[in-house]
Design a protein around this ligand. Structure first.
Ligand code: GDP
Ligand code: IMO
Ligand code: MG
Length: 431
């Protein structure tokens, strides 16, 4: 994807998250100089395999496992400083020294212990209407950001201000926890001490990430902006309120690292060869449990962050068309094609019907979404492994036909096809 005038590439999930972004970003990172995250936080779980080792990255960009690559956490993220350093230390224990290659925005918002307590208490209070959050405090940290009471990385260097922010934040959180009927209580002094202890280590990584990336691009460096979650979890465009609390789509990439929108050269949309979702909310092409379980087992579809079983369904072209429009996707990467190898037939959701009429666009209204019926096309399975293919021509004919139909239905070129978890299990359609 880099080259041909592309210096700044955005990689976005174009379904409900877990599309295999980590694997694709890791592969593309080989040709990048910088890899930066622009939104979300430890709700993300991006799986990368290096040889026989598997890594699940939550807050650190997926390119970090290539030696020498520089990584950045943009202002649009919400950073849990405690688990961030745990992640760095775990990588170190497994032989990957990454700390001095990672920069953190001065302006990044911090996820504090009370955001996690509140996230869980709010979910409990929602009862049947629970969103099924990852419990990582994401929504509560973004609430504080927008309410202009958040704590930012830059505040760690100013002890008096930090103490004030933590004390008022803890008091507010305790009021909310009580109102939610929670027994949990935040100890402001202990939280302040914990943050003070982390402050020198975080401050050593903090900088103006937007400036660093601008200078990098001006030097001719290649920058990859790694999305978390997926378009259908975008707080504006997703299946609201069953969404995450950030803009996941490519438009947010510029704001989320501090670059101008004209800096973005191309957008690669990552999609699974089928569909999954973890958490509650609409999933039009969801399979009935028995068939859903089959696909779940074939694809090992369990959440990388929470271990929850993922809901599964057929590829939904209407969703991907919508995601492509929202993100300005210039090409697709299709992952996990190999998972469909054993199926006798595969189905493709081509659109929806409501009251006997075709629905052209993805509905905004939840009750409409509950009533739409997906329209399917059925294609024969290919029954031969695809995992050894390294060129499109080496794929089973049925798998190629399936990909061609996806390209046709979405109106997008397929640039990459992933056929396994390993780095080399990738097809670049331009090779
Ligand atoms: P992300 O959140 O988009 O990075 O995706 P996750 O890492 O949460 O989930 C994707 C899962 O599928 C991980 O377990 C990956 O190792 C795995 N995976 C990624 N690409 C492929 C592929 O092409 N084939 C198979 N079989 N597994 C894949
Ligand atoms: P990656 O980057 C899949 C889902 C949660 C829940 C909703 C809100 O690995 O693709 P939150 O904790 O963000 O407030 O939860 O969003 N969710 C994800 N689903 N992949 C993710 O990240 C997700 N991050 C959040 O399950 O439904
Ligand atoms: Mg994931």
């Amino acid at each position: 994807m880099f080259g041909d005038g592309v210096r700044c590439l955005v990689v976005v999930g174009s379904q409900w998250g877990d599309e295999g972004k980590g694997k694709i970003v890791d592969v593309l990172a080989k040709d990048a100089d910088w890899i930066a995250r622009y939104q979300g936080g430890a709700n993300a779980g991006h799986t990368v395999r290096v040889g026989e080792d598997e890594f699940i990255l939550h807050q650190i960009p997926s390119g970090v496992l290539y030696p020498g690559k520089r990584c950045a956490l943009g202002n649009g993220m919400v950073l849990d400083p405690v688990t961030f350093f745990q992640e760095i230390d775990e990588l170190k224990a497994r032989g990957h020294e990454v700390e001095d290659r990672i920069l953190v925005s001065f302006r990044i918002q911090l996820v504090l212990s009370y955001h996690k307590l509140l996230d869980r208490a709010q979910e409990e209070s929602r009862g049947k209407g629970a969103i099924g959050t990852t419990g990582r405090g994401i929504g509560c940290a973004y609430e504080d950001k927008v309410a202009r009471v958040g704590v930012r990385a830059v505040d760690l260097a100013v002890p008096d201000r930090l103490r004030e922010l933590v004390e008022s934040g803890a008091a507010r959180a305790n009021d909310k926890l009580r109102a939610l009927g929670s027994q949990a209580e935040v100890d402001a002094a202990a939280l302040y001490d914990e943050l003070s202890a982390l402050a020198p280590r975080l401050s050593a990584r903090a900088c103006d990430v937007g400036l660093a990336l601008r200078k990098a691009l001006d030097r001719g460096d290649k920058v990859l902006l790694e999305g978390a979650q997926g378009a259908m979890l975008d707080v504006d465009h997703g299946t609201y309120p069953f969404v995450t609390s950030s803009n996941t789509t490519a438009g947010a990439a510029a704001t989320g690292v501090g670059l101008g929108p004209t800096a973005l050269d191309a957008v690669l949309g990552v999609v699974k060869a089928y569909t999954t979702r973890v958490g509650s909310g609409p999933l039009p092409t969801e399979l009935p449990e028995e068939e859903a379980a089959r696909l779940r087992e074939l694809g090992a579809e369990y959440g990388a962050t929470t271990g929850r079983p993922r809901r599964t369904g057929w590829f939904d072209a209407a969703v991907v068309r919508y995601a492509a429009r929202l993100n300005g996707v210039t090409a697709l990467a299709v992952s996990k094609l190999d998972v469909l190898d054993p199926l006798p037939e595969v189905k493709l959701g081509v659109g929806y019907r409501l009251n006997g009429e075709e629905v052209e666009e993805f509905p905004a209204d939840l009750s409409t979404l509950a009533r739409i019926e997906p329209l399917y096309e059925t294609m024969p399975g290919w029954g031969t492994p695809s995992s050894e293919a390294r060129r499109l021509e080496e794929l089973p004919a049925g798998a190629r036909a399936y990909l061609d139909r996806i390209a046709e239905l979405t109106g997008l070129p397929i640039r990459y096809v992933s056929v396994g978890t390993r780095r080399q299990q990738i097809i670049d359609a331009q090779d």
